[in-house]
Design a protein around this ligand. Structure first.
Ligand SMILES: O=P(O)(O)OC[C@H]1O[C@H](OP(=O)(O)OP(=O)(O)O)[C@H](O)[C@@H]1O
Ligand code: HPA
Length: 181
């Protein structure tokens, strides 16, 4: 599918399912090397990162790997409200653990910054950050990303877990808002 309609907006294909899967595999293999012997705790940032986290975690072969979920929300439609709402916090003990944050997208960077602060408050041993998509032109905060799937321009996207007004998360590829929308 070269274009898709999600609610009132048209989106054009920008990253194919095949390219996403290839890149996700590369990141998982790199993580398997970097995290060996660290018994890592993966933290999936809900909702958007569920697909990325699932595809990554299936390929993790590091002994004693576990996963937990953290839920934040800040977007309404195609815009960040700039205010982060904590919907579901941690139940696991992160103290002295190697934590790997799994995000679908770092856009303004506000969500990842907030997540890092909250993880740090639990005194982990170290933090790795992985994002499938990064918008360098949009990012307003300094953030050290250890794994980046794709750097993309500052345009709104849907698919592979990312939504437009809750829709489009089920698309297996990533689509960009059409220029004329
Ligand atoms: O870098 P930022 O500008 O903060 O944007 C990134 C965040 O925005 C989206 O979450 P959203 O708040 O839309 O919640 P969702 O994951 O439930 O869709 C996305 O899943 C990231 O977590
Ligand atoms: O471009 C985006 N699309 C969907 N959700 C998002 N959350 C931050 N940026 C985006």
């Amino acid at each position: 599918m070269k274009t898709v309609q999600v609610l009132d907006k048209r989106f054009k294909l920008s990253i194919s399912e095949e390219d996403i899967q290839k890149r996700v595999n590369e990141i998982a293999q790199q993580m398997n090397k970097d995290l060996e012997g660290k018994s890592p705790l993966f933290v999936c940032i809900l909702n958007g990162a569920f697909m990325f986290a699932s595809d990554i975690f299936k390929q993790i072969t590091v002994e004693n790997s576990s996963i937990t979920f953290f839920r934040l929300s800040s977007y309404v439609g195609t815009k960040s409200t700039g205010k982060i709402k904590l919907i579901m916090g941690f139940t696991e003990d992160l103290a002295n653990r190697t934590v790997v944050i799994l995000e679908d997208i770092v856009d303004t960077g506000v969500t990842i910054q907030n997540t890092i602060e909250q993880v740090k408050a639990h005194k982990p041993k170290e933090i790795y950050i992985a994002t499938l998509v990064y918008k360098p032109e949009a990012c307003k905060v300094p953030v050290n990303l250890d794994y980046v799937g794709f750097e993309i321009p500052n345009k709104f996207i849907v698919g592979y877990g990312l939504d437009y007004d809750l829709m489009g998360r089920n698309l297996p590829a990533i689509y960009t808002l059409a220029e004329d929308e």
